[in-house]
Design a protein around this ligand. Sequence first.
Ligand SMILES: [Zn+2]
Length: 195
Amino acid sequence: MVLIVGNEPEVVGADLRAGKLACPHCEADLRPWGSARLRTTRLAVGVERHQPRRGRCRGCKKTSVLLAERFFARRVDEAALIGEALFAKATGSGQRAAAARTGRARETVRNWFARFGHRAAELSRHFLAWALALDARLHEVSPQGSGFADAVEALALAARAASICFSPKPVWSWASRMTAGGLLANTTWPYPAPP
Ligand SMILES: [Zn+2]
């Protein structure tokens, strides 16, 4: 399983050694357990090679990959870039415009849209649950004209509430945290419940 962590490897390493990271399966603490395979992620400009740490649970003994929140699991593009395309789609752009804006092939962008769109209703409910849990003043979300746009709007509300409650982070980092990296997963993915 993937545990989404902060972007600073030194902080993640220190937290892991101190037992401050909780197992996504059972919430017991994780201990260092080597590294996952080397990943190459495409950024808006250039690529980044990085090797996520792994942790092993002291309770259930399962291992988890500690993936930085600027990424999604199983995606070769950084979260912010994918998010830019999803946001463009939610505000009316087509594949061609989103592909031009992000510098990615139309086929790639079509795949992102399809994955997100396929889960849009589930994601809407999930992000809304987070938003409602974190923002007591929020009662409803105004319809945005499509299920896709509703899900992006629910994410924006949840991310804003989480940035106020916890610490300021970009929307797509919250998207990664709130979905355990599985925003665009094509398999069943365990989304973490709101706190
Ligand atoms: Zn565990």
